[in-house]
Ligand binder design. Structure first.
Ligand code: SAH
Ligand code: SF4
Length: 489
Protein backbone atom coordinates (compact mmCIF):
# COMPACT_ATOMS: atom_id res chain seq x y z
CA UNK A 1 0.00 0.00 0.00
CA UNK A 2 1.34 3.40 -0.93
CA UNK A 3 1.93 5.69 1.98
CA UNK A 4 0.52 9.18 1.94
CA UNK A 5 2.54 12.03 3.34
CA UNK A 6 1.03 15.46 3.72
CA UNK A 7 1.81 17.46 0.60
CA UNK A 8 4.02 20.58 0.68
CA UNK A 9 0.95 22.58 -0.41
CA UNK A 10 -1.01 21.35 2.61
CA UNK A 11 1.89 22.18 4.92
CA UNK A 12 2.02 25.66 3.40
CA UNK A 13 -1.75 26.07 3.92
CA UNK A 14 -1.46 25.13 7.60
CA UNK A 15 1.58 27.41 8.03
CA UNK A 16 -0.53 30.28 6.67
CA UNK A 17 -3.28 29.59 9.21
CA UNK A 18 -0.67 29.48 11.97
CA UNK A 19 0.73 32.85 10.88
CA UNK A 20 -2.70 34.47 10.76
CA UNK A 21 -3.59 33.30 14.27
CA UNK A 22 -0.14 34.39 15.46
CA UNK A 23 -0.68 37.89 14.03
CA UNK A 24 -4.00 38.16 15.79
CA UNK A 25 -2.61 36.83 19.09
CA UNK A 26 0.45 39.09 18.93
CA UNK A 27 -1.84 42.12 18.70
CA UNK A 28 -3.60 41.24 21.98
CA UNK A 29 -2.71 43.10 25.18
CA UNK A 30 -1.59 39.93 26.93
CA UNK A 31 -0.29 36.66 25.58
CA UNK A 32 -3.17 34.17 25.34
CA UNK A 33 -2.77 30.84 27.13
CA UNK A 34 -3.39 27.28 25.94
CA UNK A 35 -3.69 24.22 28.10
CA UNK A 36 -3.55 20.73 26.62
CA UNK A 37 -4.94 17.93 28.74
CA UNK A 38 -3.91 14.44 27.68
CA UNK A 39 -5.65 11.17 28.42
CA UNK A 40 -4.41 7.69 27.53
CA UNK A 41 -1.26 6.26 26.07
CA UNK A 42 2.19 7.50 25.04
CA UNK A 43 0.95 7.95 21.48
CA UNK A 44 -1.52 10.55 22.76
CA UNK A 45 1.12 12.20 24.92
CA UNK A 46 3.28 12.57 21.86
CA UNK A 47 0.35 13.89 19.78
CA UNK A 48 -0.17 16.48 22.51
CA UNK A 49 3.44 17.58 22.13
CA UNK A 50 2.63 18.26 18.47
CA UNK A 51 -0.56 20.16 19.37
CA UNK A 52 1.48 22.20 21.87
CA UNK A 53 4.11 22.87 19.19
CA UNK A 54 1.46 24.20 16.81
CA UNK A 55 -0.30 26.22 19.54
CA UNK A 56 3.00 27.83 20.51
CA UNK A 57 3.64 28.81 16.89
CA UNK A 58 0.19 30.41 16.91
CA UNK A 59 1.29 32.64 19.77
CA UNK A 60 -0.23 30.80 22.71
CA UNK A 61 1.69 30.34 25.94
CA UNK A 62 1.44 26.66 26.90
CA UNK A 63 0.40 26.36 30.53
CA UNK A 64 -0.01 23.28 32.75
CA UNK A 65 -3.42 21.66 32.90
CA UNK A 66 -5.36 22.76 35.94
CA UNK A 67 -8.99 22.03 36.78
CA UNK A 68 -11.84 23.40 34.65
CA UNK A 69 -9.87 25.47 32.17
CA UNK A 70 -8.12 27.71 34.68
CA UNK A 71 -4.45 28.46 35.19
CA UNK A 72 -3.19 30.67 38.00
CA UNK A 73 -6.74 31.69 38.85
CA UNK A 74 -7.43 32.88 35.32
CA UNK A 75 -9.31 31.14 32.49
CA UNK A 76 -7.24 29.86 29.59
CA UNK A 77 -7.95 31.08 26.07
CA UNK A 78 -7.66 27.63 24.52
CA UNK A 79 -8.27 24.28 26.22
CA UNK A 80 -7.60 21.10 24.28
CA UNK A 81 -8.73 17.70 25.54
CA UNK A 82 -6.76 14.99 23.75
CA UNK A 83 -8.89 11.95 24.49
CA UNK A 84 -8.65 8.18 24.91
CA UNK A 85 -11.34 5.57 24.35
CA UNK A 86 -9.53 2.30 25.08
CA UNK A 87 -11.66 1.74 28.19
CA UNK A 88 -15.03 3.08 29.27
CA UNK A 89 -13.78 4.79 32.44
CA UNK A 90 -11.47 6.98 30.34
CA UNK A 91 -14.46 8.14 28.31
CA UNK A 92 -16.57 8.83 31.41
CA UNK A 93 -13.80 10.92 32.92
CA UNK A 94 -13.44 12.96 29.74
CA UNK A 95 -17.18 13.65 29.51
CA UNK A 96 -16.89 14.95 33.09
CA UNK A 97 -14.18 17.38 31.97
CA UNK A 98 -16.18 18.54 28.95
CA UNK A 99 -19.15 19.15 31.24
CA UNK A 100 -17.00 21.15 33.67
CA UNK A 101 -15.76 23.35 30.81
CA UNK A 102 -19.38 24.33 30.06
CA UNK A 103 -19.43 26.50 33.19
CA UNK A 104 -16.01 27.92 32.34
CA UNK A 105 -17.22 29.01 28.89
CA UNK A 106 -20.20 30.67 30.52
CA UNK A 107 -17.93 32.72 32.79
CA UNK A 108 -15.33 33.46 30.13
CA UNK A 109 -16.86 33.34 26.64
CA UNK A 110 -13.39 33.89 25.13
CA UNK A 111 -12.44 30.34 26.07
CA UNK A 112 -12.08 28.04 23.06
CA UNK A 113 -12.59 24.35 23.79
CA UNK A 114 -11.22 21.69 21.44
CA UNK A 115 -11.83 17.96 21.83
CA UNK A 116 -9.71 15.62 19.74
CA UNK A 117 -8.00 12.22 19.83
CA UNK A 118 -9.31 8.69 19.81
CA UNK A 119 -12.73 9.31 21.38
CA UNK A 120 -13.80 11.70 18.65
CA UNK A 121 -12.75 9.18 15.98
CA UNK A 122 -15.85 7.18 16.99
CA UNK A 123 -19.00 8.22 15.16
CA UNK A 124 -21.37 7.77 18.11
CA UNK A 125 -19.19 9.85 20.45
CA UNK A 126 -18.63 12.50 17.79
CA UNK A 127 -22.42 12.78 17.34
CA UNK A 128 -22.94 12.94 21.11
CA UNK A 129 -20.45 15.78 21.58
CA UNK A 130 -21.89 17.61 18.59
CA UNK A 131 -25.43 17.50 19.83
CA UNK A 132 -25.10 17.58 23.62
CA UNK A 133 -22.02 19.71 24.25
CA UNK A 134 -22.49 22.91 22.30
CA UNK A 135 -19.80 24.53 24.46
CA UNK A 136 -17.17 22.57 22.50
CA UNK A 137 -15.90 24.79 19.69
CA UNK A 138 -13.63 22.38 17.81
CA UNK A 139 -14.00 18.60 17.34
CA UNK A 140 -11.59 16.48 15.31
CA UNK A 141 -10.05 13.01 15.36
CA UNK A 142 -6.55 11.54 15.39
CA UNK A 143 -6.27 11.65 11.59
CA UNK A 144 -6.66 15.40 11.33
CA UNK A 145 -4.21 16.54 13.95
CA UNK A 146 -2.06 18.34 11.38
CA UNK A 147 -5.07 20.58 10.52
CA UNK A 148 -5.23 21.99 14.06
CA UNK A 149 -4.07 25.49 12.91
CA UNK A 150 -6.88 25.60 10.33
CA UNK A 151 -9.48 24.66 12.96
CA UNK A 152 -8.25 27.23 15.49
CA UNK A 153 -8.15 29.89 12.77
CA UNK A 154 -11.74 29.18 11.70
CA UNK A 155 -13.06 29.08 15.26
CA UNK A 156 -11.25 32.30 16.22
CA UNK A 157 -12.10 34.29 13.11
CA UNK A 158 -15.67 33.10 12.40
CA UNK A 159 -16.82 32.40 15.95
CA UNK A 160 -18.50 29.27 14.56
CA UNK A 161 -18.05 25.69 15.70
CA UNK A 162 -15.64 23.54 13.68
CA UNK A 163 -16.61 19.86 13.71
CA UNK A 164 -14.75 17.40 11.50
CA UNK A 165 -16.41 13.97 11.25
CA UNK A 166 -14.23 10.93 11.94
CA UNK A 167 -12.60 8.70 9.38
CA UNK A 168 -10.99 11.15 7.02
CA UNK A 169 -7.53 10.52 5.61
CA UNK A 170 -4.58 8.34 6.51
CA UNK A 171 -1.80 10.83 5.95
CA UNK A 172 1.42 10.70 7.89
CA UNK A 173 2.10 14.07 9.40
CA UNK A 174 5.78 14.90 8.87
CA UNK A 175 7.43 18.12 9.91
CA UNK A 176 4.92 19.35 12.49
CA UNK A 177 6.38 21.59 15.19
CA UNK A 178 6.83 19.66 18.45
CA UNK A 179 7.04 21.17 21.91
CA UNK A 180 8.52 18.28 23.86
CA UNK A 181 7.70 17.83 27.54
CA UNK A 182 11.28 16.92 28.39
CA UNK A 183 14.67 18.19 27.22
CA UNK A 184 16.36 14.83 27.65
CA UNK A 185 13.72 12.14 27.01
CA UNK A 186 11.77 12.00 23.76
CA UNK A 187 9.16 9.94 21.95
CA UNK A 188 9.74 9.11 18.29
CA UNK A 189 6.85 7.61 16.32
CA UNK A 190 7.95 4.90 13.91
CA UNK A 191 4.49 3.87 12.77
CA UNK A 192 0.83 4.73 13.13
CA UNK A 193 -2.24 2.49 13.34
CA UNK A 194 -2.74 -1.23 13.87
CA UNK A 195 -3.86 -4.17 11.70
CA UNK A 196 -4.22 -6.75 14.45
CA UNK A 197 -7.85 -6.41 15.42
CA UNK A 198 -7.67 -8.02 18.85
CA UNK A 199 -11.36 -8.62 19.48
CA UNK A 200 -11.58 -6.38 22.58
CA UNK A 201 -9.69 -3.43 21.16
CA UNK A 202 -10.94 -0.22 19.59
CA UNK A 203 -7.48 1.05 18.52
CA UNK A 204 -7.57 -0.22 14.88
CA UNK A 205 -10.91 1.54 14.40
CA UNK A 206 -9.76 4.90 15.76
CA UNK A 207 -6.12 4.92 14.68
CA UNK A 208 -6.58 3.29 11.27
CA UNK A 209 -4.40 0.79 9.40
CA UNK A 210 -0.66 0.42 9.89
CA UNK A 211 1.36 3.23 8.31
CA UNK A 212 5.14 3.25 8.70
CA UNK A 213 7.12 6.44 8.61
CA UNK A 214 9.94 6.70 6.09
CA UNK A 215 13.17 5.40 7.53
CA UNK A 216 15.05 8.56 6.56
CA UNK A 217 12.52 10.79 8.35
CA UNK A 218 12.92 8.71 11.50
CA UNK A 219 16.73 8.73 11.32
CA UNK A 220 16.77 12.50 10.76
CA UNK A 221 14.56 13.05 13.80
CA UNK A 222 16.69 10.78 15.99
CA UNK A 223 19.90 12.50 14.85
CA UNK A 224 18.54 15.93 15.60
CA UNK A 225 17.39 14.78 19.05
CA UNK A 226 20.87 13.40 19.77
CA UNK A 227 22.39 16.71 18.65
CA UNK A 228 20.08 18.68 20.93
CA UNK A 229 21.25 16.74 24.00
CA UNK A 230 18.47 14.14 24.37
CA UNK A 231 19.65 11.14 26.41
CA UNK A 232 16.85 8.63 25.92
CA UNK A 233 14.34 7.97 23.16
CA UNK A 234 11.32 5.67 23.07
CA UNK A 235 10.23 4.51 19.64
CA UNK A 236 6.45 4.34 19.43
CA UNK A 237 3.98 2.24 17.48
CA UNK A 238 0.97 0.07 18.35
CA UNK A 239 2.97 -2.89 17.09
CA UNK A 240 6.51 -1.78 16.29
CA UNK A 241 7.41 -5.26 15.03
CA UNK A 242 5.32 -4.63 11.90
CA UNK A 243 7.48 -1.65 10.99
CA UNK A 244 8.21 -1.35 7.28
CA UNK A 245 5.80 -4.03 6.04
CA UNK A 246 3.48 -1.52 4.39
CA UNK A 247 6.11 0.54 2.58
CA UNK A 248 8.52 -2.03 1.13
CA UNK A 249 11.39 -0.06 2.59
CA UNK A 250 13.63 -3.10 2.69
CA UNK A 251 14.03 -2.55 6.43
CA UNK A 252 12.23 -4.32 9.25
CA UNK A 253 12.09 -3.06 12.82
CA UNK A 254 15.30 -4.87 13.80
CA UNK A 255 17.07 -3.25 10.85
CA UNK A 256 15.70 0.17 11.76
CA UNK A 257 16.90 -0.23 15.37
CA UNK A 258 20.38 -1.18 14.17
CA UNK A 259 20.57 1.91 11.95
CA UNK A 260 19.33 4.14 14.77
CA UNK A 261 22.07 2.75 17.04
CA UNK A 262 24.68 3.48 14.34
CA UNK A 263 23.47 7.08 14.00
CA UNK A 264 23.59 7.87 17.73
CA UNK A 265 26.97 6.29 18.40
CA UNK A 266 29.35 8.67 20.13
CA UNK A 267 26.54 11.08 21.06
CA UNK A 268 25.02 11.65 24.50
CA UNK A 269 21.94 9.65 23.48
CA UNK A 270 22.56 6.51 25.50
CA UNK A 271 19.22 4.78 25.85
CA UNK A 272 16.81 3.45 23.26
CA UNK A 273 13.49 1.89 24.21
CA UNK A 274 10.49 0.94 22.12
CA UNK A 275 6.89 -0.04 22.56
CA UNK A 276 4.72 -1.95 21.90
CA UNK A 277 5.82 -5.39 20.72
CA UNK A 278 3.16 -7.92 19.82
CA UNK A 279 4.44 -11.35 20.96
CA UNK A 280 3.35 -13.00 17.69
CA UNK A 281 5.69 -10.75 15.68
CA UNK A 282 8.77 -10.54 17.86
CA UNK A 283 11.55 -11.81 15.62
CA UNK A 284 14.86 -13.54 16.40
CA UNK A 285 16.51 -10.71 14.49
CA UNK A 286 15.07 -8.23 16.97
CA UNK A 287 16.33 -10.27 19.93
CA UNK A 288 19.78 -10.39 18.27
CA UNK A 289 19.87 -6.62 17.81
CA UNK A 290 18.76 -6.05 21.39
CA UNK A 291 21.40 -8.46 22.68
CA UNK A 292 24.22 -6.93 20.66
CA UNK A 293 23.62 -3.18 20.97
CA UNK A 294 24.37 -1.60 24.36
CA UNK A 295 22.28 1.49 23.53
CA UNK A 296 19.10 -0.62 23.49
CA UNK A 297 17.79 -0.93 27.05
CA UNK A 298 17.48 -4.44 28.46
CA UNK A 299 13.79 -3.88 28.95
CA UNK A 300 10.77 -5.04 26.98
CA UNK A 301 7.05 -4.42 27.17
CA UNK A 302 5.43 -7.63 25.96
CA UNK A 303 1.66 -7.56 26.52
CA UNK A 304 0.28 -11.04 27.18
CA UNK A 305 -3.37 -10.07 27.91
CA UNK A 306 -4.27 -13.53 29.29
CA UNK A 307 -2.58 -16.76 30.33
CA UNK A 308 -5.35 -18.94 28.91
CA UNK A 309 -4.78 -20.25 25.40
CA UNK A 310 -8.53 -20.46 24.89
CA UNK A 311 -9.08 -16.83 25.93
CA UNK A 312 -6.11 -15.77 23.77
CA UNK A 313 -7.76 -17.51 20.82
CA UNK A 314 -11.00 -15.62 21.36
CA UNK A 315 -9.04 -12.39 21.78
CA UNK A 316 -7.46 -13.08 18.35
CA UNK A 317 -3.97 -12.74 19.82
CA UNK A 318 -2.57 -15.54 17.65
CA UNK A 319 -0.24 -17.17 20.19
CA UNK A 320 -0.72 -19.77 22.91
CA UNK A 321 0.31 -19.63 26.56
CA UNK A 322 3.14 -22.08 25.79
CA UNK A 323 4.38 -20.09 22.81
CA UNK A 324 4.44 -16.93 24.92
CA UNK A 325 6.41 -18.64 27.70
CA UNK A 326 8.94 -20.11 25.27
CA UNK A 327 9.37 -16.65 23.74
CA UNK A 328 10.09 -15.24 27.21
CA UNK A 329 12.58 -18.07 27.86
CA UNK A 330 14.32 -17.39 24.54
CA UNK A 331 14.55 -13.64 25.24
CA UNK A 332 15.90 -14.26 28.74
CA UNK A 333 18.49 -16.74 27.55
CA UNK A 334 19.81 -14.21 24.99
CA UNK A 335 19.49 -11.10 27.19
CA UNK A 336 20.04 -12.22 30.81
CA UNK A 337 18.48 -9.92 33.41
CA UNK A 338 16.16 -8.23 30.90
CA UNK A 339 13.23 -6.49 32.61
CA UNK A 340 9.83 -7.53 31.28
CA UNK A 341 6.54 -5.71 31.63
CA UNK A 342 3.10 -6.61 30.34
CA UNK A 343 -0.59 -5.74 29.99
CA UNK A 344 -3.25 -8.12 31.31
CA UNK A 345 -7.03 -7.96 30.92
CA UNK A 346 -9.25 -9.66 33.50
CA UNK A 347 -12.85 -10.58 32.84
CA UNK A 348 -12.72 -11.03 29.06
CA UNK A 349 -16.11 -12.52 27.99
CA UNK A 350 -16.28 -16.22 28.82
CA UNK A 351 -13.20 -16.14 31.11
CA UNK A 352 -13.68 -19.01 33.55
CA UNK A 353 -12.02 -19.54 36.93
CA UNK A 354 -9.76 -22.11 35.18
CA UNK A 355 -8.79 -19.54 32.51
CA UNK A 356 -8.00 -17.03 35.22
CA UNK A 357 -5.91 -19.63 37.08
CA UNK A 358 -3.84 -19.96 33.88
CA UNK A 359 -3.20 -16.20 33.98
CA UNK A 360 -2.06 -16.38 37.62
CA UNK A 361 0.16 -19.33 36.72
CA UNK A 362 1.74 -17.44 33.82
CA UNK A 363 2.37 -14.39 36.01
CA UNK A 364 4.06 -16.61 38.63
CA UNK A 365 6.23 -18.23 35.98
CA UNK A 366 7.27 -15.08 34.11
CA UNK A 367 7.65 -12.82 37.18
CA UNK A 368 7.16 -9.48 35.44
CA UNK A 369 8.96 -6.38 36.67
CA UNK A 370 5.73 -4.48 36.02
CA UNK A 371 2.23 -5.39 34.88
CA UNK A 372 -0.53 -3.03 33.81
CA UNK A 373 -3.76 -4.76 34.74
CA UNK A 374 -7.11 -3.82 33.26
CA UNK A 375 -10.70 -4.80 33.82
CA UNK A 376 -12.27 -5.80 30.50
CA UNK A 377 -14.37 -2.96 29.12
CA UNK A 378 -16.77 -3.65 26.21
CA UNK A 379 -16.09 -1.21 23.36
CA UNK A 380 -18.74 -0.30 20.78
CA UNK A 381 -18.03 -1.88 17.39
CA UNK A 382 -15.54 -4.50 18.63
CA UNK A 383 -16.45 -8.20 18.24
CA UNK A 384 -16.00 -9.05 21.93
CA UNK A 385 -18.59 -6.48 23.01
CA UNK A 386 -21.30 -8.75 21.61
CA UNK A 387 -19.81 -12.06 22.80
CA UNK A 388 -22.09 -14.00 25.13
CA UNK A 389 -20.97 -14.78 28.72
CA UNK A 390 -19.88 -11.31 29.80
CA UNK A 391 -18.34 -11.92 33.25
CA UNK A 392 -20.30 -10.36 36.15
CA UNK A 393 -18.57 -7.26 37.60
CA UNK A 394 -18.20 -8.69 41.12
CA UNK A 395 -16.41 -11.78 39.74
CA UNK A 396 -14.09 -9.62 37.62
CA UNK A 397 -13.24 -7.31 40.52
CA UNK A 398 -12.44 -10.23 42.79
CA UNK A 399 -10.13 -11.74 40.14
CA UNK A 400 -8.57 -8.35 39.45
CA UNK A 401 -7.71 -7.94 43.17
CA UNK A 402 -6.12 -11.40 43.32
CA UNK A 403 -4.02 -10.65 40.24
CA UNK A 404 -2.91 -7.30 41.65
CA UNK A 405 -1.94 -8.85 44.97
CA UNK A 406 0.14 -11.51 43.23
CA UNK A 407 1.86 -9.00 40.97
CA UNK A 408 2.50 -6.52 43.81
CA UNK A 409 4.23 -9.29 45.76
CA UNK A 410 6.43 -10.12 42.77
CA UNK A 411 7.29 -6.44 42.20
CA UNK A 412 8.31 -6.07 45.83
CA UNK A 413 10.47 -9.21 45.76
CA UNK A 414 12.20 -8.13 42.54
CA UNK A 415 12.76 -4.66 43.97
CA UNK A 416 14.10 -6.08 47.24
CA UNK A 417 16.65 -8.05 45.23
CA UNK A 418 18.00 -4.68 43.98
CA UNK A 419 18.95 -3.51 47.49
CA UNK A 420 22.72 -3.30 47.94
CA UNK A 421 23.34 -3.00 44.19
CA UNK A 422 24.30 0.07 42.16
CA UNK A 423 22.44 1.11 39.00
CA UNK A 424 22.91 3.78 36.39
CA UNK A 425 19.96 6.18 36.71
CA UNK A 426 18.92 8.91 34.30
CA UNK A 427 18.03 11.78 36.63
CA UNK A 428 14.71 13.47 35.80
CA UNK A 429 14.84 16.21 38.47
CA UNK A 430 13.44 16.69 41.96
CA UNK A 431 10.96 14.03 43.09
CA UNK A 432 7.33 15.20 42.96
CA UNK A 433 6.57 13.54 46.28
CA UNK A 434 9.67 14.58 48.22
CA UNK A 435 11.62 17.77 47.51
CA UNK A 436 14.77 16.56 49.25
CA UNK A 437 15.23 13.75 46.74
CA UNK A 438 15.86 13.39 43.06
CA UNK A 439 14.01 10.96 40.88
CA UNK A 440 14.97 8.98 37.79
CA UNK A 441 14.82 5.61 36.09
CA UNK A 442 17.16 2.67 35.68
CA UNK A 443 17.82 1.02 32.34
CA UNK A 444 15.15 -1.51 33.34
CA UNK A 445 12.71 1.42 33.73
CA UNK A 446 12.41 1.16 37.51
CA UNK A 447 11.72 4.43 39.32
CA UNK A 448 14.47 5.40 41.79
CA UNK A 449 14.17 8.22 44.33
CA UNK A 450 17.59 9.19 45.60
CA UNK A 451 19.65 11.69 47.52
CA UNK A 452 22.74 13.52 46.34
CA UNK A 453 25.59 14.61 48.57
CA UNK A 454 27.87 17.67 48.25
CA UNK A 455 29.12 19.08 45.99
CA UNK A 456 25.92 18.01 44.25
CA UNK A 457 22.71 19.54 45.46
CA UNK A 458 19.18 18.22 44.93
CA UNK A 459 17.92 21.70 44.06
CA UNK A 460 20.50 22.03 41.25
CA UNK A 461 18.29 21.88 38.17
CA UNK A 462 21.25 21.03 35.95
CA UNK A 463 21.37 17.49 37.36
CA UNK A 464 18.22 16.62 35.38
CA UNK A 465 19.24 14.79 32.22
CA UNK A 466 22.49 13.48 33.74
CA UNK A 467 23.35 9.91 34.62
CA UNK A 468 24.11 9.00 38.23
CA UNK A 469 25.29 5.70 39.70
CA UNK A 470 22.82 5.13 42.50
CA UNK A 471 23.38 2.71 45.37
CA UNK A 472 20.04 1.16 46.34
CA UNK A 473 19.27 1.21 50.07
CA UNK A 474 15.57 0.45 50.18
CA UNK A 475 12.80 -1.16 48.14
CA UNK A 476 9.14 -0.21 47.86
CA UNK A 477 6.55 -2.06 45.76
CA UNK A 478 6.64 0.49 42.93
CA UNK A 479 9.99 2.19 43.40
CA UNK A 480 13.52 2.01 44.78
CA UNK A 481 15.32 4.38 47.14
CA UNK A 482 19.02 5.11 47.26
CA UNK A 483 21.88 7.59 47.11
CA UNK A 484 23.97 8.85 44.23
CA UNK A 485 27.54 7.61 44.61
CA UNK A 486 28.88 8.95 41.34
CA UNK A 487 27.75 11.44 38.67
CA UNK A 488 28.63 11.14 35.03
CA UNK A 489 28.48 14.77 33.99
N1 SAH B 1 -0.87 -1.70 20.92
C1 SAH B 1 -0.62 -1.88 22.27
C2 SAH B 1 -1.51 -1.06 23.20
C3 SAH B 1 -2.95 -1.22 23.11
S1 SAH B 1 -3.96 -0.43 24.28
C4 SAH B 1 -0.66 -3.37 22.53
O1 SAH B 1 -1.09 -4.13 21.72
O2 SAH B 1 -0.23 -3.75 23.58
C5 SAH B 1 -3.13 -0.80 25.81
C6 SAH B 1 -3.71 -1.91 26.60
O3 SAH B 1 -5.05 -1.61 26.96
C7 SAH B 1 -3.81 -3.23 25.89
O4 SAH B 1 -2.59 -3.91 25.86
C8 SAH B 1 -4.86 -3.95 26.70
O5 SAH B 1 -4.30 -4.65 27.79
C9 SAH B 1 -5.72 -2.83 27.24
N2 SAH B 1 -7.04 -2.80 26.59
C10 SAH B 1 -7.30 -2.57 25.28
N3 SAH B 1 -8.62 -2.68 25.05
C11 SAH B 1 -9.21 -2.98 26.24
C12 SAH B 1 -10.55 -3.22 26.66
N4 SAH B 1 -11.55 -3.19 25.80
N5 SAH B 1 -10.77 -3.50 27.96
C13 SAH B 1 -9.75 -3.55 28.84
N6 SAH B 1 -8.47 -3.34 28.51
C14 SAH B 1 -8.19 -3.06 27.22
FE1 SF4 C 1 -5.26 -3.15 20.11
FE2 SF4 C 1 -4.30 -5.58 19.60
FE3 SF4 C 1 -3.65 -3.54 18.00
FE4 SF4 C 1 -2.66 -3.63 20.48
S1 SF4 C 1 -2.25 -5.11 18.83
S2 SF4 C 1 -3.57 -1.86 19.46
S3 SF4 C 1 -4.33 -4.54 21.62
S4 SF4 C 1 -5.68 -4.40 18.27
Amino acid sequence: MAKKIITPEETERQDNYMRRVLDRNSALKRRPTACIKTFGCQMNEHDSEKLAGMAERMGYEIVPDEAAGKYNGRFCDLVVLNTCCVRENAEEKIFGHIGALKGAKHEYPGLLTAVCGCMTEQKHIYDDINSKFRNVDIVFGTHDIYRFPEFVYKAVFTGKRVCVPPGSGDEIPEGLPIKRDSDFKAWVTVMYGCNNFCTYCVVPYVRGRERSRNKDDILREVESLALSGVREITLLGQNVNSYGRDINSGTDFAGLLGEICDRVQGSGLRRIRFMTSHPKDLSDRLIDVMASRPEICAQLHLPVQSGSTEVLRRMNRRYTKEQYISLVDKIRSRIPGIALSTDIITGFPGETEEDFAETLDLVKRVRYDAAFTFIYSPRVGTPAASYPDQVPPEVVHERFDRLLELQNGICRELNEACVGKTFSVLCEGVSRTCDTRLTGRTESNKVVNFTASPPYDVSDGSLAGRFADVYIENAQTWSLEGRAVNWRL
